[in-house]
Each structure stands twice: as structure tokens, then as C-alpha cells.
Design a protein around this ligand. Structure first.
Ligand code: GDP
Ligand code: MN
Length: 379
């Protein structure tokens, strides 16, 4: 789960990490009032759950009231990577000498939390990572020792030469690590962390991602969740007992069991097709589940063919077939369906399907190839 910059900075300031004074605004008038209150210049920043806002024109420095108004007009309603800007952050404009990058995440190679830091922070950090990776320093943190004062100073010495900054940096790294552990974060990032004209470290931006599986322990954080349209669908699916993950392809998949669902996607890929989703309708399947699943697949306009792959164990193929037939009676499906049923009550199931004049196939590879053939016919 992701949160907005202003929410991350609220958490930072709870741990007394220095952040800019700032106000969240939902309209141009609110932006003007905020600029009045904070004093010019201000920075108007789009609050969307995507990075690279600066480059997309979503961060603007305003030296006058007119400029603040203009920035608000431009940024509110803007589209950034598919997100519409509904709120902006108005922050006091800060003069700074240098921009650093600091990030904490989990590193699978070292099986530890890792702190990444760079003296080349700012909007170009992705380019630095690509073209000049040695400019990003990496410090795996021993899980038993944690971020000891000694280790924090070692990192700070690698980054700063001024002793006051070393002290501020070491203090900040310890606090960031504590935030990371306390909140079950998967990412905590400050980019840029700036050195102000007064020689103080200040978090100008903030980013946090959280481990979804740990959200139960953090109701206050979970309450900040703003699911995207895709994520809303995934949550709805969960409520109907379905596990659904939307993907980019055009072959809608309905499968029972997570392993078989993964295998079905692999087989589609193997034959050169692209699955539109992962969908596990679960072990024991009622007709209602099949109806819910069909509705879910059909709500994705990219889906050109539906491939149903059922292996009956506890699930009975005739149950699925009944569900499918009653679903088709209730809804208008104008795309082809490929059905493979095998296992418990497969024969009964196949009979129901063919009595309904729907074609069936014998194997998974046949199903995948037929689905791909039908997709190619549509395109
Ligand atoms: P991002 O592009 O989504 O990461 O947004 P940031 O919050 O990092 O802002 C992008 C850039 O805008 C920063 O790297 C800074 O160079 C600049 N910026 C942000 N806030 C201020 C500020 O208060 N004063 C000045 N002068 N520049 C700022
Ligand atoms: Mn940034």
C-alpha cells in the first residue's frame, strides 16, 4: 500500500524528522489562503500515488500570489501516470545548497533491510541508478544489531564531510530505520533530503510503501488507503471469495486453485498469448461464484476471450457448468469462451456445456491455443 507525500511527512514529523511547513489543499482558493499563511515563496505539489511528479510538471515554485494561483489551476485536475490530481500540497519554499537521496527497503540478496544513499539526489535519481550506479551507496543493516549509532555515523560520514551534517544525518538514519520497523514499511524514501542555507537537513519529499500483509497491525495506516479502480475490483473480488489480480493482456482466465491459475497463465504465455488476469475461484465453487467471476472478467474491456480451466477435485465440474450456464442466461456475453473441464464430474459438466451449445476442449494446451487463435481473429 502507498500513501501520499504529505502523509509520509506527517509520520516523519512524529519521529521528529525535520520536514517543510505545509498545508494540503483541494482548491485554488485554499492554495492561495495557504500561501498567504505560509508566506511566499511556496511550492505547489501534486499529491498522487505516483512518482516523477516534478518531471510531469506537478511541482511548481511560486514567488507571487498570482504564480501560486496559476500553479494551483494548472496542477489541480492534471493527469499524472493515470492518476488525476485531486489535492496539492502547499509547502514553504526552501533555499538549499545540495540534494541527497536516502531510501530504506528490503534487500532479498542480503536478506536484510538496506539503506541506500546518494549525494546525487533530486529528480534524476533514476538516471543516476542507471548510468552511474556506484554513486548510490548501499548499506545492508544487520537485523540483530539494527541501526546502531555507530553504523548510522558510518553512513553519515560516507555522505557528508561537515561534522554538523554527520551528526544530523546519523540521527535521521536511526529515526528512519525506526519508522521502517515500527510501521512494517516496505519502502521509506526521502528524495531530496536537502541541506538548507542554514546548514540544516530537511526532508523536502517523502515516500512510504507498506507491506499489505501487515496492515492488520496498523489500522491507522490502513485507514489512509486510497485504492485505485483496479485495486477496488480486487477488494470486491476478495469479498466474493475470489482472488483476482488484473494484468495487461486480453485473455480472461477463470481457474480453480492458485497453482492451476499460475500454470494456465504460463501455458498461455508459452503459446504466445497474454493473460488479462489471474483469477482463482477457489476450491469449492458455487454457481454464484462463477457468476461473480464472469462479471469480473467482463468488466475488463481488454478481455477479448474467456478461457475457463477447471480441474475438479473438491470442486465439481457440473457445479461449475451449472454456474456458467446460469451466468450466461443472466448476462450478455458477446465474446468467445473456451472451456476445459477435467476431474470430478467432468463428463456431467461437459454434457451441460455442450447441451448449451458451447464448445469444449480436452486439455489445457488446447485451451490456450484455441483462446489465442480466437483473440487473433478479433484483432
Ligand atoms: P518528485 O518529482 O515527485 O520526486 O517531487 P519532489 O517533491 O521531489 O520535488 C521535485 C523537485 O522540486 C525537487 O527535487 C526539488 O529540486 C524541487 N523542490 C521541491 N520543493 C522545493 C522547495 O521548497 N524549494 C525549491 N527551491 N525547490 C523545491
Ligand atoms: Mn522526490
Amino acid at each position: 500500500m502507498k500513501i501520499h507525500e504529505y502523509q509520509a511527512k506527517e509520520i516523519f514529523s512524529r519521529y521528529s524528522i525535520p520536514v517543510t511547513k505545509e498545508i494540503v489543499c483541494y482548491s485554488t482558493d485554499e492554495v492561495c489562503a495557504a500561501a498567504e499563511k505560509l508566506g511566499l515563496p511556496v511550492v505547489v505539489k501534486a499529491q498522487v500515488l505516483a512518482g516523477g511528479r516534478g518531471k510531469a510538471g506537478g511541482v511548481k515554485l511560486a514567488r507571487t500570489m498570482d504564480a501560486a494561483r496559476e500553479a494551483a489551476d494548472q496542477i489541480l485536475g492534471m493527469d499524472i501516470k493515470g492518476y488525476t490530481v485531486e489535492k496539492v500540497l502547499v509547502a514553504e519554499g526552501v533555499k538549499f545548497n545540495s540534494e541527497f537521496y536516502v531510501g530504506l527497503t528490503i534487500d532479498r540478496n542480503t536478506k536484510s533491510v538496506i539503506l541506500m544513499a546518494s549525494a546525487e539526489g533530486g529528480v534524476e535519481i533514476e538516471e543516476v541508478a542507471k548510468d552511474n550506479p556506484e554513486a548510490i551507496l548501499k548499506f545492508p543493516i544487520d537485523p540483530d544489531l539494527g541501526m546502531s549509532p555507530f553504523f548510522a555515523r558510518k553512513i553519515a560520514f560516507a555522505l557528508f564531510s561537515d561534522f554538523s551534517l554527520v551528526k544530523q544525518g546519523a540521527d535521521l538514519f536511526q529515526k528512519l530505520y525506526k519508522i521502517f520497523l515500527d510501521t512494517d514499511a516496505s519502502l521509506v524514501e526521502i528524495n531530496p533530503l536537502v541541506v538548507t542555507d542554514e546548514g540544516k537537513l530537511l526532508a523536502l519529499d517523502g515516500k512510504m510503501n507498506f507491506d499489505d500483509n501487515a496492515l492488520d497491525r496498523h489500522p491507522d495506516i490502513e485507514a489512509l488507503n486510497e485504492p485505485t479502480e483496479d485495486e477496488k475490483k480486487e477488494l470486491e473480488a476478495k469479498d466474493s471469495g475470489l482472488t483476482y489480480i488484473r494484468l495487461e493482456g486480453n485473455i480472461g482466465c477463470m481457474v480453480n486453485g492458485a497453482g492451476l491459475a499460475m500454470a494456465s497463465m504460463d501455458v498461455i504465455k508459452h503459446y504466445g498469448g497474454n493473460p488479462a488476469n489471474f483469477l482463482d475461484i477457489g476450491g469449492s465453487s458455487s454457481p454464484q461464484k462463477v457468476i461473480d467471476a464472469m462479471n469480473l472478467l467482463l468488466s475488463d474491456k481488454n478481455v477479448k476471450v474467456i478461457m475457463i480451466n477447471i480441474f475438479g477435485g473438491i470442486t465439481r465440474c457440473d457445479d461449475v457448468a451449472h454456474g456458467l450456464v446460469s451466468a450466461l442466461d443472466q448476462m450478455k456475453v458477446d465474446i468467445p469462451i473456451v472451456i476445459r473441464l477435467s476431474g470430478t464430474n467432468a463428463e456431467e459438466g461437459l454434457k451441460i456445456i455442450s447441451d448449451y451449445n458451447l464448445p469444449t476442449v480436452k486439455s489445457l494446451s488446447e485451451a490456450a491455443q484455441e483462446a489465442i487463435r480466437l483473440v487473433n481473429q478479433v484483432n
